[in-house]
Design a protein around this ligand. Structure first.
Ligand SMILES: Cc1cc2nc3c(=O)[nH]c(=O)nc-3n(C[C@H](O)[C@H](O)[C@H](O)COP(=O)(O)O)c2cc1C
Length: 191
């Protein structure tokens, strides 16, 4: 893989709350993804990007964006070949700012891949991921079965830092390996 061009991986931080656990978890995952031979990682932090709620008149498939923030988001999504969504679970679902970010553009997601890092209580955020799979499929994205699931995530947080363990590090690498293969295959569908 190292001799081949790297895929550009966008790591989406879905939580925008003050004091969010999502940031240290995404920092841990980004460090692992940055070492993976198949990817060049960049972070798409929805808190920093700060998209307003749905304010475009046209259906996103036409790419006729009237706002600068949508054009910037479109360019960011366009620049990636693959994504990993780092998401919590809110009321068995995923955060509203993430749905907004997914819905704002359309073609920019098509025929790209999406892996998941989820966290929560006993569920480890898996119910949010199941919902996300339905939505990302409508965006013509594909996901590997391999995923990173972090149940009871507070036990991994110390002084605001995420302390992983070997199974989690291995799960992250396995997911990235599967994501890299799938991304290579899907690239052949894009012009
Ligand atoms: C509105 C809300 C709903 C939540 N619902 C769930 C849930 O359904 N399942 C779960 O495991 N944790 C739930 N939690 C607890 C979260 O796992 C915990 O607050 C976590 O820190 C959220 O991630 P974040 O800090 O990155 O936003 C909920 C938290 C909030 C704020």
């Amino acid at each position: 893989m190292s001799a081949m061009a790297k895929h550009v991986l966008g790591i989406i931080i879905a939580s925008t709350r003050p004091g969010r656990a999502g940031k240290p978890i995404a920092d841990w995952f980004t460090a692992i993804a940055s070492k993976h031979a198949g990817f060049e990682a960049k972070v798409l932090d929805l808190k920093e990007i700060n998209l307003p709620f749905s304010d475009e008149a046209e259906h996103p498939r036409f790419k006729k964006y009237s706002h600068e923030h949508t054009k910037k988001w479109s360019a960011l999504v366009e620049s990636c070949d693959a994504f990993v969504i780092v998401t919590p679970e809110y009321n068995y679902g995923y955060p509203a700012p993430l749905k907004n970010a997914l819905d704002l553009v359309y073609r920019e997601w098509n025929h790209k891949t999406c892996g998941f890092v989820s966290y929560g209580g006993v569920s480890g955020g898996t119910r949010a991921v199941q919902q996300l799979k339905q939505v990302t499929q409508a965006l013509q994205m594909a996901s590997p079965a391999e995923a990173v699931v972090i149940p009871m995530f507070p036990k991994h947080l110390t002084d605001g830092a995420f302390i992983s363990d070997e199974p989690l590090d291995k799960a992250a690498d396995a997911m990235l390996d599967a994501l890299a293969k799938l991304t290579g295959a899907l690239k052949t569908l894009r012009g």
